[in-house]
Every structure is written in structure tokens, then in C-alpha cells.
Design a protein around this ligand. Structure first.
Ligand code: KGJ
Length: 423
């Protein structure tokens, strides 16, 4: 029997299972929706999933999921609650499909259901992040109360990568969520869209009850990330790395994300991408890894927060060498300077990182979240007198108002070495 026929024949049973689970969860709420309302919503969702199963692809669920998310967001519903209907429906479908199909057919059908539900939840998370950003900045939501129950065990192996917005994919391996930067054409340069897609991926994996995140480049890429998208750096006297810069928002999201984020580095890391790597909780690299911080190539004054990130991790003479030369530090030197926690052979990079991530995923998530936040708050504590801050900003303004900064940007775009005049 075909997967779509199996799913279609189960409509009433699956919908009732999912509604019962939602009504059970609703007991803890002050003003729960009625069972009829739940039934209506779940049935609509079921029909969407069925359409995707029939077409053998996840895309048809994306736009309606974004619409559902926008509606929930406007009603003040938390992302994790908004995703509940997806979660319980997926669980009910899993039970039914697993009991009705066998062998290859079962594996394929379950994979497809996973992809469809994953794509729907990713679209919801992206919508939440976009709407939150448009209303004054990203605010992480609360930890979801219930697991996503996608049915994978820690030993189940990697699930298929879920389709996500351009340049970013996610995968789930047990309780480890993997975020894959995949914009080969632009060498994973971090444009606003990519930054907000990574933030959305973090939120989506959190809503799926992941316990550890691995941030990596797509297999086969020899650039981990080319740093800030230089085409999107502002010109005309505006701070190029202000608080609302999308990359800055991403750094904050990673640093305050309430579970370990491990940077798995194969290939070269440039500019703001090094700030991203240093914002992760651990760095595992192979011998192809290299690390460069390159604002001096652009005439760009690095921001105060970023410099403090470096000062918190590296000796000041090394920071100066890296900033003043813009030269890449190779993997061995990066290991010596403790940028890298573990340097492993390329063929072991993935398995080593995933094993470490899986170990962390078995530990107390609450203790880890609390310790991570304590370390962040304590290491970020930098009392700076107002006049000191203003003086530093004034210095920076001189640089980003200069013709050298424009020359740096133009030289990059025109693919030529810059000619700096110091003015
Ligand atoms: N921003 C925008 N576009 C980029 C960037 C970037 N950071 N990096 C690469 N691209 C674009 C190139 O312009 C090419 O576009 C394409 O990606 C492939 O690059 O000509 P197009 O196809 O339209 P390319 O150079 O041909 O690739 P490779 O020869 O493989 O070299 C890869 C490199 C990563 C070594 C090279 O692309 C490079 O040096 N990129 C710039 C790296 C960098 O300095 N990034 C730091 C940016 N600055 C910061 O992040 C910050 C915050 N800062 O303070 O400086």
C-alpha cells in the first residue's frame, strides 16, 4: 500500500489521537482552546501534511505554516506552543505509519513525514524570528515544555537534512541539532538573511527539544565562512558594526542560547566569522582550519563588544598580531593559543564532534544552561565609564567616516588590493 493511502485512511484516528494529546497538555493552561477548535486546527494541518505526502515533497507546507505562525505570534502565543500541534500530529502519524508499513516503505514514509513536519516548524520559527526582529529585536522564547517526539533515538543516525531558507540547513541526530551553513557561492559570507536563518534554526532546534547544537559548514566546503557579507556593510558615515547589525544579533543569540553550541570547523574562518566561532562554547577543528580577523583589510574599526570578545579569549599580543596583519592563524597555532579545544584529523572531525555533543546532551540541560549564562554574564561584565565609551566611539567614527574605509570596500568589490592613505 502506498504511504499516501496509508496516511489518508488514518485521518480520523490520527486527528483524534493528536487532539487528545493537545487537550491533555491544555489542562495546565489558564484559558485553553476548546476541543472543537483543536480538532479543526489539527484536521487542517493533517490535510496539509497529506497533500505533501501525496506530492512527495515538503514545500506545500511552508507558506501555510508561516501564516499559522504569524497568526499565533499576533495572538501572543509562544513559539513552542505554536509548534505543539505539529509535534503531536507528527507523533500520531509516526505511530500509525510505523504500524501500517514495513521495510523500505516504512523508512521512506517516516523520513518524508519528518521532513514535512520539520519544514513546517522551521517556517514557523523563521516567521517568529522575522516578526520579533521587526518589532525591535530578537528575543529568545522559553524552553518548550514537551519534547518534539520526532521518534529518533540517539543511535538512530543523522536524519535527512531539512530544507530550510537559502544558505542554512538543519539536521537532527538524537538530541543533537546540527546547523549547516551552505552558501558555497558566497563562501558562507554572513548576510542579514543568513544571520536571521541561523537564529531561526537555533529556535527551531530548541523547540524540537535538542540539547546540544553543532554549527558547521556544508561538507566539501573549504571556507567555513568568509565573515560579514561585505556587500552589506553600510557606507556613508554609519557604524558598520552597530548593535542592530544582523551578525551582531547572531553573536548575541549564540552566546545567550541556553545550551552548548559547538563550532565544528573545517576550512578557513574570516573576519566576523571568527567572532562567531569564538562566541560558540567550544571549537573543534581539523588541520584544514585557519582563523583570520580582517578589518584592517577593509579600513574598518572593529566594535567594542567584538574586541571584548577577543580580549576575553586571547592574549592581547596575539590579538594585535591577528588584527594588524589580518593573516590567518593555522590550525596548529590556533590549538596552541586555545582558540581550538580539540584538533582532530579530518576524517574524525564529524564523529568526534558528534560524540562530544551527544555526551553533553545526556547531562543536565538546566545546569548547563545556568552555568553557560553565569559565565556569559560574568565575562561580559565590563564597567566602562561613559566618557571612556564615548571616546572609543569617537575614535571608531573617525575610521568609518574615512575615505580609507570606502577604499577598503571598493577594493574588495573591484577585486583589487586597497590603497590606504590613512585619511
Ligand atoms: N562578503 C561578500 N562576498 C564575499 C565575501 C564576503 N565576506 N567573501 C567572498 N565573497 C564572494 C566573492 O566576492 C565572490 O563573489 C564569491 O564570494 C567567491 O569568492 O565574484 P563573485 O562570485 O560574485 P572568491 O574570492 O572567488 O572565493 P575564493 O577564491 O575561494 O576565496 C575565498 C576567500 C574567503 C578567501 C575570499 O573570498 C575572501 O578573502 N573573502 C573575504 C574574506 C574576509 O576578509 N572576510 C571578512 C569580512 N569582514 C568582517 O567579517 C568583519 C566583521 N570585519 O570587521 O572585517
Amino acid at each position: 500500500m502506498e504511504a499516501s493511502a496509508v496516511v489518508a485512511s488514518a485521518e480520523d484516528r490520527v486527528v483524534e489521537d493528536a487532539v487528545a494529546a493537545l487537550v491533555q497538555r491544555d489542562r495546565a493552561k489558564d484559558h485553553p482552546p476548546g476541543a472543537e477548535e483543536r480538532r479543526h486546527d489539527v484536521r487542517q494541518l493533517f490535510r496539509l501534511v497529506l497533500r505533501c505526502v501525496r506530492e512527495g515533497r515538503a514545500e506545500p507546507i511552508i507558506t501555510p505554516s508561516a501564516r499559522i505562525a504569524a497568526h499565533c505570534f499576533a495572538a501572543g502565543v509562544d513559539l513552542a506552543d505554536a509548534q505543539d500541534a505539529f509535534n503531536v500530529l507528527a507523533e500520531a502519524l509516526w505511530r500509525h505509519v510505523a504500524g501500517s508499513l514495513a521495510g523500505e516503505q516504512r523508512v521512506e514514509a517516516l523520513g518524508l513525514v519528518n521532513d514535512i513536519v520539520g519544514a513546517g516548524k522551521d517556517a514557523q520559527a523563521r516567521t517568529y524570528v522575522a516578526l520579533t526582529a521587526s518589532q525591535g529585536g530578537y528575543r529568545p522564547g522559553r524552553q518548550p515544555a514537551v519534547p518534539a517526539g520526532d521518534g529518533r533515538s540517539a543511535t538512530a543516525g543523522a536524519g535527512p537534512d531539512r530544507p530550510q531558507a537559502a544558505g542554512v540547513r538543519t539536521a537532527v541526530i538524537g538530541k543533537v541539532g546540527v546547523i549547516i551553513l551552505d552558501d558555497q557561492q558566497k563562501r558562507n559570507a554572513i548576510a542579514a538573511q543568513m544571520a536571521s536563518n541561523v537564529v531561526a534554526a537555533l529556535e527551531s532546534l530548541r523547540a524540537q527539544d535538542m540539547r546540544t547544537i553543532v554549527l558547521r559548514a556544508a561538507p566539501g566546503m573549504n571556507v567555513w565562512s568568509a565573515g560579514h557579507d561585505i556587500d552589506e556593510l553600510p557606507r556613508g558615515g554609519r557604524d558598520p558594526l552597530g548593535y542592530n547589525d544582523p551578525l551582531e544579533g547572531l553573536l548575541r543569540a549564540v552566546r545567550s542560547f541556553p545550551m552548548p553550541v559547538i563550532a565544528m570547523v573545517h576550512g578557513s574562518v574570516w573576519g566576523g566569522a571568527l567572532d562567531l566561532v569564538l562566541s560558540c562554547d567550544l571549537v573543534i577543528a581539523d588541520e584544514t582550519a585557519s582563523f583570520a580577523i580582517t578589518p584592517a583589510n577593509l579600513g574598518l574599526p572593529y566594535n567594542i563588544t567584538g574586541l571584548l570578545h577577543f580580549l576575553g579569549r586571547l592574549p592581547v599580543n596575539l590579538i594585535k598580531e591577528m588584527f594588524f596583519t589580518a593573516a590567518p592563524l593555522d590550525a596548529r597555532k590556533a590549538r596552541e593559543c586555545l582558540i581550538v579545544n580539540h584538533l582532530v584529523a579530518s576524517d574524525r572531525l564529524e564523529s568526534f564532534t558528534l560524540e562530544l555533543a551527544a555526551t553533553m546532551a545526556t547531562k543536565s540541560p538546566l545546569a548547563i544552561a545556568v552555568i553557560k549564562e553565569q559565565l556569559r554574564v560574568l565575562s561580559d561584565y565590563q564597567p566602562i565609564a561613559a566618557q571612556v565609551y564615548e571616546r572609543v566611539q569617537e575614535l571608531r567614527r573617525e575610521a568609518y567616516d574615512s575615505s580609507d574605509y570606502l577604499e577598503g570596500l571598493n577594493a574588495f568589490i573591484q577585486k583589487r588590493p586597497p590603497i590606504f592613505r590613512g585619511t
